[in-house]
Write a new protein. Structure first.
Length: 324
């Protein structure tokens, strides 16, 4: 079902995709659903359009953006693929994996790369962004479509709540499938390094690639290898209390599995303790509980394996952000 939130919202059909392409060609911003979270897309080659992304998101620094591309041919003209990168592409694209590779060519403007000589690339699987990419014909940069530091957007309503009419068009593709951002791997050398946990679990990556994968310290604030790893991120206004064993008076509860007793609002990430379902619900539930007026959101423990590791990463950083 489509929710018409403002004049910018359109349905994901041919006419909607064409309008999005017109907006992008004119240097505007289009929010597009992907299989992970909604992205705020702009022409990757147009620095003025890219500058609008930074301004609209209020990113405090020029944090480099992920380029989304339709085909393997195109992506290979932008990033330099080694054996590892080719294997990752073969196993996981189209899908929620981002590869950081040495940059080549001139398809992505300096501002989108924040001046780096590497580029983050992904071929998404969601039919709406794929349709826009094919019709557009070139790469689109798209960070998550949320105000900087805020919880990522997993529905068109979230995008509209963060940006209102400050963006030109929102394609409403309903709630996103994974609900967590893509997993980011540095594949600039033949030794894979995870820079951000995400929709593909470490266990799955290791199994598909047949090797152990190094993990860079996510909380290395002195030298964050992926700038978005700065710890305070994904913040709610309401403080989070993690690993709650009970809910106090005045607290809302973000449950996982069998819920604790609570007097206020309760939302359950997954009653059946399904980590995939929990990932898909995470950002929507955080946003909803943030609006209940509770003094704190008590968060029940989530197991730290599979997608649970990425969920816990987002929760820890949301907890840091809201306490600042
Ligand atoms: O699932 C996703 O990845 C979503 C959808 C829209 O595709 N996008 C997303 O973008 O999460 P964003 O901008 O919110 O996060 C991208 C992360 C940032 O932490 C950024 O610092 C990192 O990717 N990044 C981008 N280019 C990089 C590079 N060359 N080297 C290291 N990290 C990079
Ligand atoms: Mg983001």
């Amino acid at each position: 079902m489509q929710t018409m939130l403002n004049s910018a919202n359109v349905v994901p059909d041919e006419a909607g995709f064409r309008r999005a392409v017109e907006v992008l060609r004119a240097g505007g911003l289009a929010a597009l659903p992907t299989e992970t979270v909604y992205g705020l897309a702009a022409d990757a080659a147009n620095p003025l359009a890219v500058a609008k992304i930074y301004a609209t998101k209020q990113r405090p620094q020029f944090n480099p953006l992920i380029a989304h591309v339709a085909t393997l041919d195109q992506v290979q003209s932008i990033g330099k693929f080694n054996q590892l990168a080719l294997l990752c592409a073969e196993k996981f694209w189209p899908g929620p994996l981002t590869l950081v590779l040495p940059y080549q060519g001139n398809a992505i403007c300096d501002l989108a790369r924040a001046g780096l000589d590497t580029i983050a690339l992904r071929i998404p699987s969601h039919p709406a962004i794929r349709a826009v990419l094919s019709e557009y014909g070139g790469p689109l940069v798209a960070p998550s479509a949320n105000r900087s530091g805020h919880v990522s957007a997993t529905s068109a309503a979230h995008v509209a709540a963060d940006f209102g009419n400050a963006i030109d068009i929102i394609i409403d593709g309903g709630p996103t499938e994974f609900g967590l951002e893509s997993t980011i791997i540095d594949a600039t050398t033949d030794i894979p390094v995870i820079l951000r946990e995400g929709a593909i679990s470490v266990e799955r990556l290791e199994k598909m690639l047949g090797r152990k994968i190094e993990h860079r310290n996510l909380y290395d604030l002195q030298n964050p290898s992926s700038p978005g790893q700065l710890s305070a991120h994904y913040a709610t206004t309401t403080p989070l209390r993690l690993n709650a064993a009970h809910a106090e008076a005045g607290e809302a509860l973000l449950a996982f599995g069998k819920p604790l007793a609570a007097k206020n609002a309760i939302l359950n990430l997954s009653e059946n303790s399904d980590l995939g379902e929990a990932a898909a619900n995470l950002f929507a539930h955080l946003r909803a509980l943030d609006e209940t007026g509770a003094k704190t959101i008590a968060v029940m423990p989530v197991p730290d394996y599979g997608l649970g590791a990425a969920i816990n990463d987002r929760l820890r950083r949301a907890a840091l952000g809201s306490n600042q």
